[in-house]
Each structure stands twice: as structure tokens, then as C-alpha cells.
Design a protein around this ligand. Structure first.
Ligand code: NAP
Length: 242
């Protein structure tokens, strides 16, 4: 059976790199995104150029109805085999005492509620032999002091979601894993108020540089693929040694 994969947040950054990578590896791909229609169209064009079926669906992952609509749209591509739970946000970097309630709410809504809603749809629909990859963060174990502890805490919840879901879905032959990226060169750092964070942080990363989105996409492709057939409940760190 040809793999059919949903990637949330597939219009930019790690999600877009994963969409291109998986299309090249033979997946038909449905990408969800929130508002950047042009970016989504560009990724969809590349999926088609790779010879795969694709669809780009504006779907806010914090809304259960929009999540269901994304999964319904993906059904047109064939039986669903995998989900990459990726759509995520940070908030302005700063001390914990300055955290604004709206930023806390948004980070929890998108990175936790959104992941759970998408994982639930996937758990209901994915066929035997399928897989889920949750995009967590190295922040889950670093804690992100002085930056965004609330984001780190929610990413730790992603790791727990991964472990529990892996065990619950194993009897159905569905594997669930996570990747935990370190500092990757995407637009997410602009939202946190430090667009050049990947360059600024290079000195404290053991490998001496930030990562590229495709370096995370490769790990996601591995975890979804047959070489990871006995891997479930794992959190694969992709953080240059951080
Ligand atoms: P990014 O470049 O900012 O891209 C975020 C993507 O998520 C975009 O496609 C965006 O769509 C979408 N999105 C955001 N909120 C959404 C929502 N509520 N509903 C649907 N789509 C939504 O981010 P990224 O750096 O690739 O991050 C991807 C994942 O990796 C996140 O979970 C992030 O926490 C994690 N991560 C990133 C890093 C890093 O250094 N970059 C490190 C560790 C973990 P629109 O453009 O349409 O808004």
C-alpha cells in the first residue's frame, strides 16, 4: 500500500522540509497550515512535481472541526498510514515572571491541545502498520530557563503523549515516536523575538552550528519507514549534541 501522510504545519520550516522529503520517498502528502497560503501552495507544487498526490488544507489544529476536515480531505489521497504532528508555536523569549497569559494559552493550545486532537484523529483512522511522529523539542529536557519554560513544559508533555500512545496503539501495529530538535533554522525564532537565534546559539551547540530543517525531516522519514519497524515510544534527539 502506498503511504499517505498528514503533516500539520506543513507550509514552512520543519513541516515543509518533511513534506518534500516524504514526497520524494513515495508518500502522498496532505499538509495542514494556518494562514500562509503562498507557502503552502509552493510545498504542494513540489509534492506534485515529485509525482505524488497532495492536498494543502487551511486547518487550525486547535479547532476540532478543522482538524477533522483536514483528515477528511486527506482521505481523498488514499487510506491514511501516517501523521507528522508538527504545527507548533513559541512565544517571546523572556523571564518566566514576564510571561503573558495570552502567550501561555496559545502555546498550550497549539502545542498540546492541537497535538492531542490530531493524534486522536490519527489513532481512529490510521491503518495497521502505520505510524505517528510527534515533533517535540530538546527544550523538553533542557527546561529553557530565561527563554520559555512554559514551551519546554508543553514539549515534555509531547514526550509523554508519545510514550502512552505508543503503548496503547502497539496492539494495532501502529508505532508512535517523537523527534526532539535542538535549534533549527526556521522562521519560528522570529516569533520568539530573536530571528538570528540559530546563529547566536551556535557557540553553545557542541556541533558548533544550528540544524537545518532537512536534518530533522530525515529523522522523521526514518521513524515513519520500514527501517524503524521495531521502534516505538522513542524520542530521537536531533540537537547537535545539546
Ligand atoms: P515554523 O517555521 O514557524 O512553521 C510553523 C508551521 O506551523 C507553519 O506551517 C504554520 O503555518 C503552522 N502552524 C502554526 N500554528 C498553527 C496552527 N494553530 N494550526 C495549524 N498550523 C499551524 O516552525 P518550525 O520551526 O518548523 O517548528 C515546527 C515544529 O518543530 C514545532 O512543533 C516546534 O515547536 C518544533 N521545534 C522547532 C525547533 C526550531 O528550532 N525551529 C526546535 C525544536 C522544536 P502558517 O505559516 O500558515 O502559520
Amino acid at each position: 500500500m502506498e503511504p499517505v501522510t498528514i503533516i500539520t504545519g506543513g507550509s514552512r520550516g520543519i513541516g515543509a522540509a518533511t513534506a518534500r522529503r516524504l514526497a520524494a520517498a513515495g508518500h502522498h502528502v496532505a499538509i495542514g497550515y494556518r494562514r500562509d497560503h503562498d507557502a503552502a501552495k509552493a510545498v504542494l507544487a513540489d509534492i506534485h512535481a515529485a509525482g505524488r498526490r497532495g492536498v494543502a488544507v487551511p486547518a487550525d489544529t486547535t479547532d476540532p472541526e478543522q482538524v477533522a476536515a483536514l483528515f477528511d480531505a486527506a482521505a481523498d489521497l488514499g487510506p491514511l498510514t501516517s501523521l507528522v504532528n508538527n504545527a507548533g508555536v513559541t512565544s517571546p523569549i523572556g523571564p518566566f515572571t514576564e510571561l503573558a497569559f495570552d502567550d501561555l494559552r496559545r502555546v498550550v493550545d497549539v502545542n498540546l491541545i492541537g497535538y492531542v486532537l490530531c493524534a486522536q484523529q490519527a489513532a481512529r483512522r490510521i491503518t495497521r502498520g502505520g505510524a505517528i511522529v510527534n515533533v517535540s523539542s530538546a527544550a523538553a529536557t533542557l527546561g529553557s530557563p530565561g527563554e520559555y519554560i512554559h514551551y519546554a513544559a508543553v514539549k515534555a508533555a509531547t514526550d509523554t503523549l508519545t510514550i502512552g500512545l505508543a503503548k496503547e496503539l502497539a496492539p494495532r501495529g501502529i508505532r508512535v515516536n517523537a523527534v526532539a530538535p535542538g535549534i533549527i533554522r526556521t522562521d519560528i525564532h522570529a516569533v520568539s523575538g530573536v530571528p538570528d537565534r540559530p546563529d547566536r546559539a551556535a557557540g553553545r551547540i557542541p556541533l558548533g552550528r544550528a540544524g537545518e530543517p532537512d536534518e530533522v525531516a530525515g529523522a522523521i522519514a526514518f521513524l515513519l519507514g520500514p527501517d524503524a519497524s521495531y521502534t516505538t515510544g522513542a524520542v530521537l534527539r536531533i540537537a547537535g549534541g545539546l
